[in-house]
Design a protein around this ligand. Structure first.
Ligand SMILES: C[S@@+](CC[C@H](N)C(=O)[O-])C[C@H]1O[C@@H](n2cnc3c(N)ncnc32)[C@H](O)[C@@H]1O
Length: 545
């Protein structure tokens, strides 16, 4: 899903300019005002049918983007950006495709091979299901997508010789998916893929259905689940509320998704994977960690976390108006989504966890040295910071300090291996600071499970002990990262967010930090992706909400 966003003002991909609601409404002229609502709607639908861009329609008729979107969804029963889309196939396969090897997936183009297009609002880039299908299934195996939309997964299954069964609550979406999946692949029904193997083409089975009720699918019968739900109520996919999860607000949405997660666990074969794309949202200038909330519902259903992939978004504006606003209002544009790859364990999990040695013994924070002098320029403006390998730490520190320390200065605390007598922090009588930066360098050494548990407790303690030393409106930034234990991901950023809860602290941003150029020539072992991202969890100290 590609979204630009500033707080309540939300901009979708493909928009050439800033969409300013107030300005657009103010532009409503006399001619438009004299029309009845119905006449106006008919004119707008005619403009859409002619292919007039939304921004132009907005300016001409004084309506917002949301208005146009609702009108289309109501009259056509489907949320599409254009009413006329050419489905002329130029090529069936992406050019120079290479499978992703690390935990940060980044596609400069959304992908327009076969019948793929950005027509269906909030659809996913075909590169995502393509990577998932190639990594976690074989030709001839059965793939389930219970949020089918316009059929991106189904089309990829057809192109890659996988069987596919896909549902959507909206019959109009299924109609569109059927149209998108009805193309011929080579007359002989056998095609070649990279690596030279031949496989059969299967027509996907597409029908209307509710992802919360898969009772018609037998237990342990699906080889892979690859799906993309609504992100709570960010975009509405139909104009009626019934059963459409895109009308549920965050808490209710997660409750409904827990039914989907339980059904997913039941129908998936043991040892197989379930990939779900999900993004965060914002309320009152603060991030709402919808992605981590959804991960919890699948973990609660019994899944393990095989990978936690970050999907970058590329169409975020980082210069001019956006840059200035990002600094002035101190916010970052949401530029990432999460692709957790869950796995249904082969056998029920044993209650006693086998442990490796605790490499770091007891763990305690060490008061660090302030790393850099402040200088306000070249700040990152989105939630994904791609920093050069050389100067990585320096650039990371600079961005955190410049953006979050304010006039009251900052202090840092590092979690490293230590011996008891080294632990000397939280001195009495310290002056209040604008920023406390808690870093966790020991995590890059793949610590054991028990060390991680201790780490999480220590982070919470440290935050609690230092809260009074932060000025109101100041920040606590926690640098952390996911680690892999016995082949599964320990999502430590999610766990910190689950654990660090204080009335006076409000999660403001989840930032993903990664290194430039690491994607190239990376060889990974044991079918695991190389973890090449870390997180900055930015908390703001408030009076309480
Ligand atoms: C993010 S879109 C999926 C887009 C799809 N990946 C694509 O590329 O076209 C989410 C879809 O979930 C559907 N949906 C909403 N509630 C549903 C439910 N209860 N069961 C099945 N589908 C549902 C919506 O109609 C929408 O098409």
């Amino acid at each position: 899903m590609e979204i630009y966003e500033i707080d309540e003002l939300r901009l979708y991909s493909g928009q050439p300019k800033r969409w300013d609601h107030q300005k657009v409404i103010a532009m409503s002229n006399q001619k438009v005002r004299s029309k009845t609502e119905k006449e106006l709607q008919e004119i707008i639908l005619q403009e859409k049918a002619k292919g007039t861009p939304d921004i132009e329609i907005g300016q001409k008729y004084g309506v917002t983007f949301r208005y146009i979107e609702r009108l289309i969804t109501k009259s056509k029963g489907i949320n599409v950006s254009a009413l006329k889309v050419s489905k002329k196939i130029k090529t069936l396969y992406p050019k120079d495709f290479k499978e992703e090897q690390t935990t940060v997936w980044s596609f400069k183009q959304r992908g327009n091979w076969a019948t793929h297009s950005g027509e269906y609002r909030g659809n996913w880039s075909p590169y995502i299901p393509r990577n998932v299908l190639l990594k976690y299934s074989k030709p001839g195996e059965l793939v389930l997508d219970y949020f089918c939309g316009a059929g991106t997964t189904a089309v990829e299954c057809k192109l890659l010789g996988r069987k596919c069964t896909a549902f959507d609550i909206n019959d109009k979406a299924i109609e569109l998916a059927k149209r998108n999946a009805s193309f011929s692949v080579e007359s002989q029904q056998l095609i070649l893929v990279e690596g030279g193997s031949r496989f059969k083409v299967y027509e996907p089975e597409l029908s209307v259905g509710d992802a919360r009720n898969l009772s018609f699918i037998p237990d342990n019968s699906i080889d892979l689940i690859c799906s993309h739900p609504p992100y709570a109520n960010i975009i509405h996919y139909t104009d009626s509320k019934e059963s459409d999860l895109s009308f549920f607000d965050i808490d209710e949405f997660l409750e409904e998704m827990s039914k989907v997660a339980k059904e997913s666990f039941r129908v998936l074969k043991p040892g197989r994977q379930c990939a779900i794309l999900i993004g965060d949202t914002r309320r009152k200038k603060h991030v709402v960690p919808l992605g981590f909330g959804l991960i919890n519902t699948y973990l609660d259903a019994g899944f393990k976390l095989r990978e936690l992939v970050i999907k970058r978004q590329h169409n975020c504006k980082t210069t001019g108006f956006w840059y200035a606003s990002s600094i002035k209002y101190n916010f970052l544009l949401l530029a990432h989504e999460y692709l957790p790859i869950f796995e249904k364990p082969e056998a029920p999990l044993l209650s006693s966890v086998k442990e490796g040695e605790t490499a770091y013994g007891l763990l305690a924070p060490i008061l660090g040295k302030p790393p850099l002098k402040r200088k306000l320029d070249e700040l990152e403006t989105t939630t994904v910071w791609v920093l050069p390998e050389k100067d990585f730490e320096k650039r990371l520190n600079k961005n955190v300090i410049d953006r979050y320390s304010g006039r009251d200065g900052y202090s840092t605390i590092d979690f490293s291996s230590y011996s008891e007598n080294e632990a000397s922090f939280s001195k009495n009588g310290e002056k209040e600071k604008g920023l406390l930066f808690i870093r966790s360098p020991f995590l890059s050494n793949n610590p054991s499970q028990s060390t991680n548990e201790l780490y999480l407790q220590k982070v919470k303690e440290t935050v609690g002990q230092n809260l009074t030393k932060i000025t109101e409106g100041g920040f606590i930034v926690i640098q952390t990262q996911d680690v892999r234990i016995d082949g599964y991901i320990e999502p430590l950023a999610k766990k910190v967010i689950d654990l660090v809860k204080f009335d006076a602290l409000w999660l403001k941003e989840i930032v993903v930090v990664t290194q430039e150029k690491q994607n190239k020539g990376v060889e990974t072992s044991n079918d695991c992706l190389l973890i090449n991202h870390q997180y900055l969890l930015v908390y703001e100290k408030t009076k309480g909400r």
